[in-house]
Ligand binder design. Structure first.
Ligand code: SF4
Ligand code: SF4
Length: 397
């Protein structure tokens, strides 16, 4: 975790704004809570409504994923942010624990917590028991009776969304008061996933990759519009396309331009950039307070559209071409986590989940059959990312 900018001066600078930024959301219980009304409390950011949940949120939220310093969460909270996004798997559970410890003494109606949980598909016989145990552990780590939004994590095909056993269990979580709203997250911006959510009828929020590099933007926007019409709220992630503007992961991308681009779509209620230090937070806050893209920012993004970057479209076109049927989109995501985010821990977790063998690609003898739609040399990237799996956990960043 990069923490170079954390110092007392910065901490105090954010702390003194606490009075102006503290937010109270009226009427909070797991079942009766009303929409948040942050407008009158800060007037600092544009606010949008998260679909039929009725929750009103500033366009800027926090992806806590890479942050392990509660002072950054405090600064975000004190700056007026409401929605904090974590996951069962982040930092092996420490991320949820940190979030829980920070919010423990805060009014439960002053923040919105989303967490996510993964399951294996096809479902095992023990799915209901295992997945209930996962949610219960998340609640324990968070020290909360309920989470506001529970996302099934990183879904990739429509069957996972409409599967009757998944649907029934999510409904049970809600009926039991453990979650207020049902959602799922997806890196694959496939319109059919959004349409499946509309068909299933239970999903209220979708956390979707959304950025200026999307290859199927028109189709994605049309599907999002259909989802919004059905009452689904949309939260944007991966707005920074991996965090750097070059394929080598060296030059930091202009976060303000990326966020402003995502907010141009008014169907995106809020975005969850994963800032980890005060400078990054301040950059995001500045964008949210003045979200109109400048001419210079438009030109900057237009130029990047034609440039090789780290971001994998997750289109899946490579899978059939690969002689070993490797889960290349997941591996490319792991590559982006390591080289873009400098988050080797999540990179390793993603590679382990993808079951990448240390011997992958060896059978091809240097002659890769994959023609990536983004022009990636996937075999070279796979070779470069494999060593992350061998890094002992205590040395991961
Ligand atoms: S590696 Fe290329 S072909 Fe495969 S999912 Fe990513 S962008 Fe698509
Ligand atoms: S070299 Fe290319 S085709 Fe062969 S296993 Fe690796 S990614 Fe697949």
């Amino acid at each position: 975790m990069e923490n170079k900018n954390v110092n007392r001066r910065d901490f105090l600078r954010f702390s003194v704004t606490a009075g102006a930024g503290a937010l109270i959301i009226p009427g909070a219980t797991a079942s009766t809570r009303k929409a948040a009304d942050p407008v009158g409390k800060t007037n600092a950011f544009p606010v949008r409504t998260l679909g039929k949940t009725g929750i009103q949120l500033p366009i800027l939220s926090m992806g806590v994923m890479r942050a392990d310093n509660p002072n950054i969460v405090r600064a975000a909270y004190n700056s007026g942010l409401i929605y904090f996004d974590t996951a069962h798997g982040y930092q092996n559970g420490r991320n949820e624990e940190m979030v829980g410890a920070f919010f423990k003494d805060k009014p439960r109606d002053s923040f919105i917590i989303a967490t996510k949980g993964k399951f294996d598909y096809p479902l095992k016989d023990t799915f209901e028991q295992t997945y209930t145990g996962l949610l219960d552990l998340s609640l324990k780590r968070l020290q909360m009776d309920y989470v506001d939004i529970f996302f099934t994590h990183a879904l990739g095909n429509a069957k996972e969304i409409t599967d009757e056993r998944v649907v029934e269990l999510l409904k049970k979580f809600k009926a039991d008061g453990k979650i207020r709203h049902i959602g799922f997250s997806t890196h694959a911006h496939k319109p059919e996933l959004i349409d499946a959510a509309v068909e299933a009828g239970i999903y209220e929020v979708i956390l979707v990759s959304y950025n200026f590099k999307l290859g199927n933007l028109k189709e994605t926007d049309e599907a999002i519009a259909r989802g919004v019409k059905a009452g689904i709220g949309f939260v944007a992630m991966k707005t920074m396309t991996g965090g750097t503007e070059d394929a080598g992961g060296k030059k930091k991308i202009d976060a303000k331009a990326c966020l402003k681009w995502a907010w141009k779509n008014e169907h995106i209620t809020t975005a969850i950039p994963g800032f980890t230090n005060y400078d990054e937070l301040e950059e995001c806050l500045a964008a949210a307070k003045n979200p109109e893209l400048t001419t210079g920012e438009k030109e900057y993004l237009a130029a990047l559209c034609h440039q090789d970057m780290l971001y994998c479209q997750q289109c899946g076109q490579c899978r059939e071409q690969c002689v070993e049927q490797l889960p290349i989109p997941d591996i490319m995501r792991a590559y982006m986590y390591a080289y873009g985010y400098k988050y080797s821990q999540l990179s390793k977790e993603t590679l382990l989940e993808a079951n990448l063998s240390p011997d992958a690609c060896k059978g091809c003898g240097g002659s890769c059959k994959v023609k990536c739609t983004s022009g990636f040399d996937v075999a070279t990237k796979i070779a470069a990312i494999k060593p992350v799996m061998a890094i002992p956990n205590e040395f991961l960043t």
